[in-house]
Write a protein that binds this ligand. Structure first.
Ligand code: CA2
Length: 145
């Protein structure tokens, strides 16, 4: 099982601003948490972060043939990007949408998710634990196939 974990715009700023929403831990801390969790389960994980929509599209397309599942926090592109939705559909790889915060309890503009309709599940409001839950979900999904 190989899982690609993708983080979108501004998630490289984790731990540096807005700790009341996103916590005090950094993107490197998040990567270490997922890496340790996956290693215990024998799951191969790789990581990608970009602030650029087209680069995220390229990363999703690049998962074809190299990953069996995608965990994606598209950041603010969740709420705007049909290109990311199309990329997940085109790749045809099971994907789980993750948000650190509970977007349902935030501003109205965060209530739309384009990518959601191409994802097998959405996990939100669980902090960094949402990513490890997504890894487990994809592993179980893969076993069921
Ligand atoms: O809750 C999430 O994970 C979000 O995907 C995070 C996005 C936001 O636009 C979505 O609505 C919900 C923003 C990521 C920004 O991350 C920052 C981290 C630290 C400091 C500033 C921004």
């Amino acid at each position: 099982m190989r899982i690609l974990v993708i983080n979108g715009p501004n998630l490289n700023m984790l731990g540096r601003r807005e700790p009341e929403i996103y916590g005090r831990e950094t993107l490197d801390d998040l990567i270490a948490l997922i890496r340790d969790h996956a290693a215990k389960k024998g799951i191969e994980v790789s990581f990608y972060q970009s602030n650029h929509e087209g680069d995220l599209v390229d990363a999703i397309q690049g998962a074809l043939g190299t990953a069996d599942g995608i965990v994606i926090n598209p950041g603010a592109y969740t709420h705007t990007s049909i290109a990311l939705l199309d990329a997940v559909k085109a790749a045809g790889i099971p994907a789980v949408e993750v948000h650190i915060s509970d977007v349902t309890k935030r501003e109205k503009f965060r209530q739309t998710s384009y990518i959601r309709q191409a994802c097998v599940a959405t996990i939100m409001g669980k902090g960094f634990a949402g990513y490890t839950e997504a890894v487990d979900l994809l592993a179980a999904y893969g076993d069921g196939k």
